[in-house]
Ligand binder design. Sequence first.
Ligand code: PMP
Length: 403
Amino acid sequence: MSLNPHALRAEFPMFEHYPELVYLDNAATTQKPRCVLDAERHFYETANANVHRSAHRLSGLATEAFEGARETVARFLNASSADEIVFTRGATEAINLVANSWGSQNLKPGDEILVSGYEHHANIVPWQLIAAQTGAIVREIPVLPDGTLDRTAFLSLLQPQVRMVAITHASNAIGTHLPVLELAAAAHVAGARVLIDGAQAVAHESVDVQALGADFYVFSGHKVYGPTGVGVLYGKAELLADMPPWQGGGDMIERVSFAGTTYAPPPARFEAGTPPVAQAVGLAAALNWLCGLDRAALKQHEAHLCALLDAGLRKIAGVRTLATVTERAPLRSLVFDNAHPYDVAQLLDARDIAVRVGKHCAEPLLDALGVSGTLRVSFAAYNTAEDVTHFLEALAAALEDLA
Ligand code: PMP
């Protein structure tokens, strides 16, 4: 089975509204297929009620839909149980949950948290915040100037006081895939826990959290064809079981009294308040849609678009691609000899080409690579070879205009 990106594009209403749109900002957020929009609408029209609470039939339907979505996510990640899946607002909230809950219980002064130099700020700042509260220390696993991870430095940093290794599966700024399997295995031998930020991986890779050896794995719904406002924390059952709540409210309790409150088991313990029910239903529809594609063919398609892009870029003077490693998410980060990425992006926008510019919430990485900002092109299933051609033509024209 091969993938027909034109047919896929037709499943996305955004492109009916903007037929000329060349959307190359998929690492920021993907567009949504009709089936995801339909699933949310169907939920609101036929099953909307609050979950886990009321005695009436609709509440039962809503609970069934929400818990069914949890099962779908568990299958998507190959978690051993749906109880290992916590719904959050996104990857950011999922990391903050682990940093606060796991961190407050497991970190003491002098303990260390290793964070790779590739991380999105969402996988740096929560660790800095909990380190400031607990007396733990955040240390950077450095990135080499060629954009690869300094494995030697990692191994020497991996001392007994390291309690957590927080690493991205793929860099949102330059695409590099980290050798997460190998890093997680080494971290476990050293007695540390591992959190993997899968925000940039799940739309492109089949992820098996058990095979990866992840203690925690997080992602956002909106980057994997799903809605905004919902994300996922996978946590190993035995770790979640020992973690304290991080937010209080309805649904996360077992019994409340002024004499003392007891808490529900996971995942409810970590889902205070009304959860993003319709969004979880939409996310499940997105994951089912994605898994309905031939994922090997999808990977090949996205790699093909990258190859076309790389070949075209070689013919344009004054453009450099950061980090030319082979194992990468389907994105490219570009810098220009004689033009500012922002000016280029504005000229591209005038031709209906959407890209992202800036530091991509990864300032330490850009500092390590010695650049102040890049123009990022990122692909999804519905991108076509014509999208790449349009981009290359518009880029060449923009660079000429700006010269
Ligand atoms: N990690 C990575 C690697 C990301 O790319 C992003 C989003 N750019 C995040 C975390 C944060 O995701 P969200 O804003 O959806 O919580």
